[in-house]
Write a protein that binds this ligand. Sequence first.
Ligand code: PHE
Length: 342
Amino acid sequence: MQQEIDGLRADCLSKLEAATTTRDVEDVKVRFLGRKGPVQDLMKRLRDLDSDARRAAGKDINTLKQELETSCDARYEALHSKEQASRLEAERLDVTLPGRRGYPGRKHLVSATLDEILDAFVEMGFSIQTGPDVETDYYNFEALNFAPDHPARDMQDTFYITDDVLLRTHTSNTQVRVMESSRPPIRVVAPGRCYRNETITARSHVFFTQVEGFYIDRDVSFADLMGTIDEFLKRIFGRDVVIRCRNSYFPFVEPGMEVDIRCSLCQGKGCNMCKKSGWVEVLGSGMIHPEVLKNGGIDPEEFSGFAWGMGVERIVNIKHRVHDIRLLSENDMRFHEQFHAV
Ligand code: PHE
Protein backbone atom coordinates (compact mmCIF):
# COMPACT_ATOMS: atom_id res chain seq x y z
CA MET A 1 0.00 0.00 0.00
CA GLN A 2 2.86 2.35 0.85
CA GLN A 3 4.05 1.98 -2.72
CA GLU A 4 0.68 2.82 -4.07
CA ILE A 5 0.50 5.90 -1.84
CA ASP A 6 3.88 7.10 -3.10
CA GLY A 7 2.84 6.35 -6.70
CA LEU A 8 -0.36 8.32 -6.36
CA ARG A 9 1.47 11.23 -4.79
CA ALA A 10 4.03 11.39 -7.60
CA ASP A 11 1.35 11.01 -10.26
CA CYS A 12 -0.88 13.71 -8.82
CA LEU A 13 1.97 16.16 -8.24
CA SER A 14 3.25 15.75 -11.79
CA LYS A 15 -0.24 16.24 -13.21
CA LEU A 16 -0.54 19.40 -11.14
CA GLU A 17 2.80 20.53 -12.46
CA ALA A 18 1.50 20.05 -16.00
CA ALA A 19 -1.76 21.93 -15.35
CA THR A 20 -1.86 25.26 -17.16
CA THR A 21 -5.29 26.53 -16.17
CA THR A 22 -7.42 26.59 -13.02
CA ARG A 23 -9.78 24.25 -14.86
CA ASP A 24 -7.01 21.69 -15.27
CA VAL A 25 -6.34 21.92 -11.52
CA GLU A 26 -10.02 21.33 -10.76
CA ASP A 27 -9.99 18.28 -13.03
CA VAL A 28 -6.90 16.85 -11.31
CA LYS A 29 -8.43 17.42 -7.89
CA VAL A 30 -11.65 15.64 -8.79
CA ARG A 31 -9.82 12.83 -10.49
CA PHE A 32 -7.53 12.06 -7.51
CA LEU A 33 -9.54 13.17 -4.50
CA GLY A 34 -13.11 12.72 -5.79
CA ARG A 35 -15.53 10.13 -4.42
CA LYS A 36 -14.66 7.66 -7.13
CA GLY A 37 -10.97 8.55 -7.16
CA PRO A 38 -7.96 6.39 -6.13
CA VAL A 39 -7.47 7.96 -2.67
CA GLN A 40 -11.04 7.11 -1.72
CA ASP A 41 -10.39 3.67 -3.15
CA LEU A 42 -7.45 3.17 -0.82
CA MET A 43 -9.64 4.20 2.12
CA LYS A 44 -12.16 1.53 1.23
CA ARG A 45 -9.47 -1.10 1.13
CA LEU A 46 -8.44 -0.36 4.77
CA ARG A 47 -11.28 -2.64 5.80
CA ASP A 48 -9.32 -5.64 4.59
CA LEU A 49 -6.28 -4.92 6.82
CA ASP A 50 -5.79 -5.96 10.39
CA SER A 51 -6.10 -3.24 12.97
CA ASP A 52 -2.41 -2.28 13.38
CA ALA A 53 -1.78 -2.13 9.68
CA ARG A 54 -5.07 -0.32 9.26
CA ARG A 55 -4.06 2.38 11.74
CA ALA A 56 -0.67 2.94 10.08
CA ALA A 57 -2.04 2.92 6.54
CA GLY A 58 -5.01 5.11 7.55
CA LYS A 59 -2.62 7.73 8.88
CA ASP A 60 -0.57 7.63 5.67
CA ILE A 61 -3.64 7.96 3.45
CA ASN A 62 -4.90 10.92 5.48
CA THR A 63 -1.53 12.59 5.18
CA LEU A 64 -1.55 11.94 1.42
CA LYS A 65 -5.03 13.36 1.16
CA GLN A 66 -4.11 16.53 3.02
CA GLU A 67 -0.92 16.93 1.06
CA LEU A 68 -2.69 16.60 -2.27
CA GLU A 69 -5.43 18.99 -1.23
CA THR A 70 -2.90 21.59 -0.16
CA SER A 71 -0.92 21.14 -3.39
CA CYS A 72 -4.07 21.40 -5.54
CA ASP A 73 -5.18 24.53 -3.71
CA ALA A 74 -1.77 26.14 -3.96
CA ARG A 75 -1.55 25.39 -7.67
CA TYR A 76 -5.08 26.70 -8.13
CA GLU A 77 -4.25 29.95 -6.40
CA ALA A 78 -1.09 30.46 -8.45
CA LEU A 79 -2.85 29.87 -11.76
CA HIS A 80 -5.86 31.89 -10.70
CA SER A 81 -3.85 35.00 -10.02
CA LYS A 82 -1.96 34.53 -13.27
CA GLU A 83 -5.25 34.23 -15.19
CA GLN A 84 -6.67 37.25 -13.47
CA ALA A 85 -3.55 39.29 -14.20
CA SER A 86 -3.68 38.44 -17.89
CA ARG A 87 -7.40 39.16 -18.07
CA LEU A 88 -6.89 42.54 -16.48
CA GLU A 89 -4.09 43.18 -18.92
CA ALA A 90 -6.30 42.24 -21.87
CA GLU A 91 -9.16 44.40 -20.65
CA ARG A 92 -6.95 47.30 -19.79
CA LEU A 93 -8.61 50.71 -20.18
CA ASP A 94 -6.67 53.78 -21.02
CA VAL A 95 -8.38 56.23 -18.75
CA THR A 96 -6.26 59.06 -20.10
CA LEU A 97 -7.84 58.82 -23.60
CA PRO A 98 -10.11 61.76 -24.31
CA GLY A 99 -13.79 60.77 -24.22
CA ARG A 100 -16.09 60.81 -27.23
CA ARG A 101 -17.85 64.11 -27.57
CA GLY A 102 -21.57 64.04 -26.84
CA TYR A 103 -24.08 66.05 -28.81
CA PRO A 104 -26.91 66.58 -26.36
CA GLY A 105 -30.19 67.47 -28.07
CA ARG A 106 -32.13 70.54 -27.16
CA LYS A 107 -35.54 71.88 -27.92
CA HIS A 108 -36.28 73.44 -31.25
CA LEU A 109 -36.86 77.16 -31.00
CA VAL A 110 -40.53 76.73 -31.91
CA SER A 111 -41.04 74.02 -29.26
CA ALA A 112 -39.21 76.04 -26.61
CA THR A 113 -41.34 79.11 -27.37
CA LEU A 114 -44.51 77.01 -27.44
CA ASP A 115 -43.63 75.67 -23.97
CA GLU A 116 -43.14 79.20 -22.72
CA ILE A 117 -46.53 80.24 -24.08
CA LEU A 118 -48.29 77.23 -22.58
CA ASP A 119 -46.56 77.73 -19.22
CA ALA A 120 -47.84 81.30 -19.10
CA PHE A 121 -51.43 80.21 -19.75
CA VAL A 122 -51.25 77.27 -17.35
CA GLU A 123 -50.12 79.69 -14.64
CA MET A 124 -53.14 81.83 -15.54
CA GLY A 125 -55.48 78.89 -14.93
CA PHE A 126 -55.86 77.33 -18.38
CA SER A 127 -55.48 73.62 -19.05
CA ILE A 128 -54.03 72.07 -22.19
CA GLN A 129 -56.00 69.99 -24.68
CA THR A 130 -55.30 69.07 -28.27
CA GLY A 131 -57.30 68.29 -31.39
CA PRO A 132 -56.45 66.35 -34.54
CA ASP A 133 -54.33 67.66 -37.44
CA VAL A 134 -56.47 65.68 -39.88
CA GLU A 135 -59.94 67.08 -39.42
CA THR A 136 -63.39 67.04 -40.93
CA ASP A 137 -64.86 70.01 -42.74
CA TYR A 138 -67.40 70.18 -39.91
CA TYR A 139 -65.04 71.03 -37.03
CA ASN A 140 -62.66 73.12 -39.11
CA PHE A 141 -65.32 75.20 -40.89
CA GLU A 142 -69.00 74.35 -40.62
CA ALA A 143 -69.33 74.27 -36.82
CA LEU A 144 -67.38 77.54 -36.76
CA ASN A 145 -70.02 79.34 -38.77
CA PHE A 146 -68.15 79.42 -42.08
CA ALA A 147 -70.66 79.81 -44.90
CA PRO A 148 -70.47 76.98 -47.46
CA ASP A 149 -68.95 79.36 -50.02
CA HIS A 150 -66.49 81.01 -47.62
CA PRO A 151 -63.23 81.68 -49.49
CA ALA A 152 -61.09 79.94 -46.81
CA ARG A 153 -62.66 76.66 -47.85
CA ASP A 154 -61.28 77.14 -51.32
CA MET A 155 -58.82 74.52 -52.55
CA GLN A 156 -56.27 77.30 -52.84
CA ASP A 157 -56.11 77.74 -49.09
CA THR A 158 -56.98 74.34 -47.70
CA PHE A 159 -55.31 70.98 -48.23
CA TYR A 160 -58.19 68.59 -48.78
CA ILE A 161 -57.74 64.83 -48.34
CA THR A 162 -61.27 64.01 -49.45
CA ASP A 163 -64.26 66.31 -50.03
CA ASP A 164 -64.95 66.17 -46.33
CA VAL A 165 -61.55 65.56 -44.72
CA LEU A 166 -58.77 68.11 -44.64
CA LEU A 167 -55.62 69.25 -42.85
CA ARG A 168 -56.81 71.76 -40.28
CA THR A 169 -56.18 75.33 -41.33
CA HIS A 170 -56.26 76.59 -37.73
CA THR A 171 -56.43 75.25 -34.18
CA SER A 172 -59.96 76.64 -33.90
CA ASN A 173 -61.05 73.13 -34.85
CA THR A 174 -60.58 72.28 -31.14
CA GLN A 175 -63.26 74.74 -29.98
CA VAL A 176 -66.43 72.78 -30.74
CA ARG A 177 -64.70 69.46 -29.96
CA VAL A 178 -63.87 70.62 -26.43
CA MET A 179 -67.31 72.21 -25.93
CA GLU A 180 -68.97 68.94 -26.87
CA SER A 181 -67.11 67.06 -24.17
CA SER A 182 -67.08 69.53 -21.28
CA ARG A 183 -69.26 71.93 -19.35
CA PRO A 184 -68.45 75.56 -18.49
CA PRO A 185 -66.39 76.93 -16.92
CA ILE A 186 -64.03 75.95 -19.73
CA ARG A 187 -60.52 77.38 -19.75
CA VAL A 188 -58.48 75.63 -22.39
CA VAL A 189 -55.40 76.26 -24.51
CA ALA A 190 -54.93 74.00 -27.53
CA PRO A 191 -51.57 74.03 -29.32
CA GLY A 192 -50.96 72.37 -32.65
CA ARG A 193 -49.76 72.48 -36.19
CA CYS A 194 -51.87 74.02 -38.94
CA TYR A 195 -51.63 73.74 -42.69
CA ARG A 196 -52.43 76.11 -45.52
CA ASN A 197 -51.76 75.89 -49.18
CA GLU A 198 -49.70 79.05 -49.38
CA THR A 199 -46.61 80.05 -51.28
CA ILE A 200 -43.56 79.52 -49.06
CA THR A 201 -41.93 82.90 -48.40
CA ALA A 202 -40.06 84.61 -45.57
CA ARG A 203 -43.41 85.32 -43.91
CA SER A 204 -45.67 82.41 -44.78
CA HIS A 205 -45.36 78.65 -44.94
CA VAL A 206 -47.51 75.62 -45.69
CA PHE A 207 -47.34 74.58 -42.04
CA PHE A 208 -47.09 76.62 -38.89
CA THR A 209 -47.96 76.36 -35.23
CA GLN A 210 -50.84 77.98 -33.40
CA VAL A 211 -52.06 78.17 -29.86
CA GLU A 212 -55.81 78.38 -29.59
CA GLY A 213 -57.36 79.45 -26.34
CA PHE A 214 -60.89 79.92 -25.09
CA TYR A 215 -62.71 80.74 -21.92
CA ILE A 216 -66.43 80.03 -21.53
CA ASP A 217 -68.45 80.75 -18.40
CA ARG A 218 -71.30 82.90 -17.15
CA ASP A 219 -70.76 86.64 -17.77
CA VAL A 220 -67.47 86.39 -19.65
CA SER A 221 -66.95 89.80 -21.22
CA PHE A 222 -64.83 91.52 -23.81
CA ALA A 223 -62.94 93.14 -20.92
CA ASP A 224 -61.94 89.64 -19.76
CA LEU A 225 -60.58 88.96 -23.24
CA MET A 226 -58.57 92.18 -23.23
CA GLY A 227 -57.25 91.54 -19.74
CA THR A 228 -56.20 87.97 -20.53
CA ILE A 229 -54.41 88.89 -23.75
CA ASP A 230 -52.75 91.91 -22.17
CA GLU A 231 -51.45 89.87 -19.23
CA PHE A 232 -50.23 87.10 -21.51
CA LEU A 233 -48.35 89.44 -23.87
CA LYS A 234 -46.72 91.15 -20.89
CA ARG A 235 -45.58 87.77 -19.56
CA ILE A 236 -44.10 86.76 -22.91
CA PHE A 237 -42.66 90.05 -24.17
CA GLY A 238 -42.06 91.92 -20.93
CA ARG A 239 -44.10 94.43 -18.98
CA ASP A 240 -43.30 97.34 -21.30
CA VAL A 241 -44.72 95.70 -24.45
CA VAL A 242 -46.89 98.08 -26.49
CA ILE A 243 -50.16 96.55 -27.69
CA ARG A 244 -52.59 97.67 -30.37
CA CYS A 245 -56.06 96.22 -30.91
CA ARG A 246 -57.99 96.52 -34.16
CA ASN A 247 -61.46 95.30 -34.94
CA SER A 248 -61.54 92.46 -37.39
CA TYR A 249 -63.74 89.73 -38.79
CA PHE A 250 -63.74 85.95 -38.24
CA PRO A 251 -66.99 84.03 -38.84
CA PHE A 252 -66.79 82.31 -35.44
CA VAL A 253 -66.46 85.40 -33.25
CA GLU A 254 -68.53 88.55 -32.78
CA PRO A 255 -67.07 91.05 -32.30
CA GLY A 256 -63.65 90.09 -33.63
CA MET A 257 -60.33 91.69 -32.87
CA GLU A 258 -56.76 91.46 -34.05
CA VAL A 259 -53.89 92.27 -31.74
CA ASP A 260 -50.57 93.76 -32.81
CA ILE A 261 -47.52 94.54 -30.77
CA ARG A 262 -45.10 97.32 -31.52
CA CYS A 263 -42.23 96.03 -33.62
CA SER A 264 -39.34 95.31 -31.28
CA LEU A 265 -36.79 95.44 -34.08
CA CYS A 266 -37.35 99.06 -35.11
CA GLN A 267 -39.24 100.23 -32.00
CA GLY A 268 -42.16 101.20 -34.25
CA LYS A 269 -40.15 103.24 -36.73
CA GLY A 270 -40.82 100.79 -39.58
CA CYS A 271 -38.58 98.01 -40.89
CA ASN A 272 -38.73 94.86 -43.02
CA MET A 273 -40.05 92.66 -40.23
CA CYS A 274 -43.10 94.86 -39.67
CA LYS A 275 -43.51 95.70 -43.34
CA LYS A 276 -42.65 99.34 -42.50
CA SER A 277 -45.77 99.68 -40.37
CA GLY A 278 -44.11 99.62 -36.95
CA TRP A 279 -46.55 96.90 -35.76
CA VAL A 280 -46.60 93.09 -35.94
CA GLU A 281 -49.81 91.12 -35.78
CA VAL A 282 -49.69 88.36 -33.17
CA LEU A 283 -53.19 87.01 -32.79
CA GLY A 284 -56.81 86.96 -33.81
CA SER A 285 -59.55 86.85 -31.19
CA GLY A 286 -63.08 87.77 -30.26
CA MET A 287 -66.22 86.83 -28.37
CA ILE A 288 -67.33 83.34 -29.37
CA HIS A 289 -70.28 83.55 -31.76
CA PRO A 290 -73.60 82.32 -30.28
CA GLU A 291 -73.99 79.87 -33.18
CA VAL A 292 -70.64 78.27 -32.32
CA LEU A 293 -71.63 77.87 -28.66
CA LYS A 294 -74.87 76.24 -29.81
CA ASN A 295 -72.95 73.88 -32.07
CA GLY A 296 -70.90 72.87 -29.03
CA GLY A 297 -74.07 72.19 -27.01
CA ILE A 298 -73.69 75.30 -24.84
CA ASP A 299 -76.63 77.67 -24.33
CA PRO A 300 -75.60 81.19 -25.49
CA GLU A 301 -78.35 82.68 -23.34
CA GLU A 302 -76.65 81.33 -20.25
CA PHE A 303 -72.97 81.38 -21.17
CA SER A 304 -70.56 83.54 -23.09
CA GLY A 305 -66.91 83.18 -23.95
CA PHE A 306 -63.93 84.53 -25.76
CA ALA A 307 -61.38 82.82 -28.00
CA TRP A 308 -58.07 83.64 -29.58
CA GLY A 309 -55.59 82.00 -31.91
CA MET A 310 -51.96 83.03 -32.14
CA GLY A 311 -49.12 82.11 -34.44
CA VAL A 312 -46.16 80.66 -32.54
CA GLU A 313 -43.68 81.28 -35.37
CA ARG A 314 -44.73 84.91 -35.37
CA ILE A 315 -43.91 85.15 -31.69
CA VAL A 316 -40.55 83.44 -32.31
CA ASN A 317 -39.87 86.01 -35.06
CA ILE A 318 -40.48 88.91 -32.75
CA LYS A 319 -38.81 87.52 -29.63
CA HIS A 320 -35.70 86.23 -31.35
CA ARG A 321 -35.56 88.57 -34.34
CA VAL A 322 -35.82 85.83 -36.91
CA HIS A 323 -36.70 87.54 -40.17
CA ASP A 324 -37.37 84.49 -42.27
CA ILE A 325 -39.83 81.83 -41.13
CA ARG A 326 -38.20 79.29 -43.47
CA LEU A 327 -35.15 79.14 -41.19
CA LEU A 328 -37.31 77.46 -38.58
CA SER A 329 -38.14 74.43 -40.69
CA GLU A 330 -34.87 74.06 -42.58
CA ASN A 331 -32.49 72.27 -40.25
CA ASP A 332 -29.41 74.37 -40.70
CA MET A 333 -27.53 73.86 -37.43
CA ARG A 334 -25.64 77.14 -37.89
CA PHE A 335 -28.98 78.85 -37.40
CA HIS A 336 -30.18 76.68 -34.51
CA GLU A 337 -26.90 76.84 -32.61
CA GLN A 338 -27.37 80.56 -32.13
CA PHE A 339 -30.17 79.79 -29.71
CA HIS A 340 -28.26 77.56 -27.22
CA ALA A 341 -29.40 79.55 -24.30
CA VAL A 342 -33.10 79.48 -25.20
N1 PHE B 1 -58.38 80.84 -36.25
C1 PHE B 1 -58.02 82.20 -36.53
C2 PHE B 1 -56.87 82.19 -37.55
O1 PHE B 1 -56.29 81.17 -37.77
C3 PHE B 1 -57.59 82.93 -35.31
C4 PHE B 1 -58.70 83.12 -34.32
C5 PHE B 1 -58.90 82.20 -33.30
C6 PHE B 1 -59.52 84.24 -34.38
C7 PHE B 1 -59.92 82.37 -32.38
C8 PHE B 1 -60.52 84.42 -33.47
C9 PHE B 1 -60.72 83.51 -32.49
O2 PHE B 1 -56.51 83.19 -38.13
